[in-house]
Design a protein around this ligand. Structure first.
Ligand SMILES: *Cc1c(COP(=O)(O)O)cnc(C)c1O
Length: 380
């Protein structure tokens, strides 16, 4: 008999959010409108940034961010190998090169000590990815960026919210990109946000997110009425709908409560798994606050491997995942750039040992006891 399955993730959507989404559906205005604007204003305030642009994904936000800093063909962007496809593919959109960097053993974030040796004359930007919501070493990264005149575009897909030395992620780089994908800390189903303190970047991203249409034209030619627009660049279609934004507004109001629930669940996993031999549990360095988007642990046991742990959990009805298959191991990047596993020793080991346990706001203590029990038995 298979026990009740435990999902990898399940979003917690309030009744108030559902009612508001319904209100949008009945309103007659479904696409970008006042809800998107309200979500932007609230999100900018939440991460203490001047400007926020609501988009249909974090991938779109990253793409627009690289466009806003003027990334050109043949240039390079430095990013960690331990990330999702999106972080690198947006660099490829420009026929620029994603230069992959190894990660730290403790946080699995980009190893700031290995950044400088990878810089070339063509490097334009560093893209830190805050893995699982644990902030990267932003002091060190900003210092390198200043020294070499590089932009910092943050992949903060996991960071609603996360803090580095008391300041929210969203206040460090030139542009910071958040995700509201279905299993992220807060969700709009699909969605993202691009944050910046720079008005020019914000306006460029806003224009390019909607076909490169200029709204200034409405002011310049207002005699012609509101139907007039000018195409000033070939843009994209990346705007967020009001249907999604209505959900986002509620999720953002709940973000701190959802975070508290994740933190409690993490503390419980820590207690249940502490002292089990052959495990390296995820951490939170003292100077940061982790969003705890992921409970990604490493199986270091010599006799029981990561794959066996995943199999045992699967057999027990527990869904798991692995974050991430490093980019340098994927055929596209391996073949195109000749990345060698030997250049990423820490990421390789981490990857082979990694398993991410289910973690979501409504997870019950009994479910966590079950998950931990399977792992304890396997490693006993
Ligand atoms: C989810 C994710 C993205 C992409 O987010 P979307 O909103 O799905 O485009 C980018 N980077 C990382 C690290 C992610 O986990």
């Amino acid at each position: 008999m298979t026990p009740n399955p435990i999902p990898f993730f399940k979003p917690l959507i309030s009744e108030a959010a559902i009612r508001d989404v319904e209100r949008v559906m009945r309103s007659g205005w479904l696409t970008t409108g006042r809800y998107a604007k309200e979500f932007e204003t609230a999100f900018a305030k939440y991460v203490k940034a001047d400007y926020a642009l609501a988009l249909n994904s974090c991938t779109a936000a990253l793409h627009l961010a690289l466009d806003a800093i003027g990334l050109k063909q043949g240039e390079e962007v430095l990013l960690p190998t331990n990330t999702f496809a999106a972080s690198a593919e947006v660099v490829e959109y420009f026929n620029a090169k994603p230069v992959l960097c190894d990660v730290r053993r403790d946080t699995q974030n980009i190893d700031e000590k290995k950044i400088e040796r990878l810089l070339t004359r063509r490097t334009r930007a560093i893209m830190p990815v805050h893995f699982g919501g644990h902030p990267c070493e932003m002091d060190a990264i900003l210092k390198i960026a200043r020294k070499h005149t590089l932009y910092v575009i943050e992949d903060a897909a996991h960071c609603t919210p996360a803090y580095f030395k008391g300041k929210p992620i969203g206040t460090f780089g030139d542009i910071t990109c958040f995700s509201f994908y279905a299993n992220k800390c807060i969700t709009t189903g699909e969605g993202g946000m691009a944050i910046t303190d720079n008005r020019k970047y914000h306006e460029r991203m806003k224009m390019m997110s909607l076909h490169g249409l200029s709204k200034d034209a409405w002011n310049r030619y207002d005699k012609r009425g509101s139907w007039y627009y000018e195409i000033v660049d070939r843009g994209f279609k990346y705007n967020m709908t009001d249907v999604a934004a209505a959900l986002g507004i509620h999720q953002l109001k709940e973000a701190n409560r959802l975070w508290k629930l994740r933190r409690e669940a993490v503390a419980r996993y820590h207690r249940l798994l502490k002292g089990v031999p052959g495990l390296l549990l995820p951490i939170e360095l003292p100077h940061v606050k982790n969003s705890w988007h992921l409970y990604s642990m490493r199986v270091t046991s010599a006799k029981t491997g990561r794959d066996e742990i995943i199999q045992r959990l699967t057999d027990a009805g527990v869904k798991t995942s692995v974050h991430f298959i490093p980019l340098h191991l994927h055929p596209f990047y391996r073949n195109k750039y000749g990345y060698m596993p030997a250049d990423f020793p820490v990421a390789n080991t981490s990857f082979e040992q990694s398993v991410t346990l289910p973690l979501f706001p409504g997870m019950t203590p009994a479910q966590q006891v079950r998950v931990a029990g399977v792992i304890r038995d396997a490693l006993a």
